[in-house]
Design a protein around this ligand. Structure first.
Ligand SMILES: [Zn+2]
Length: 67
């Protein structure tokens, strides 16, 4: 990861927040932005928000399975 954040690249669409971000991780063929990834890690598993994240991720893996 270097300092090329000056916006030549549009980035990728995060599957969680659905915003275009430049930094994040890839899960299967999908992209999770840095913010959501951090947030997910910090979210308690009992938090309803955590469930939301899991649902988003499930959708991704499901799509993988049927393709
Ligand atoms: Zn995101």
């Amino acid at each position: 990861m270097s300092s090329s954040m000056m916006g030549k690249k549009i980035g990728e669409t995060c599957i969680v927040c659905e915003q275009q971000k430049e930094t994040g991780i890839h899960l299967y063929t999908s992209f999770i932005c840095e913010d959501c990834e951090k947030d997910m890690v910090l979210t308690d598993t009992n938090d309803p928000k955590y469930k939301y994240y899991i649902e988003r991720l499930k959708m991704v893996t499901y799509k993988q399975n049927i393709s």
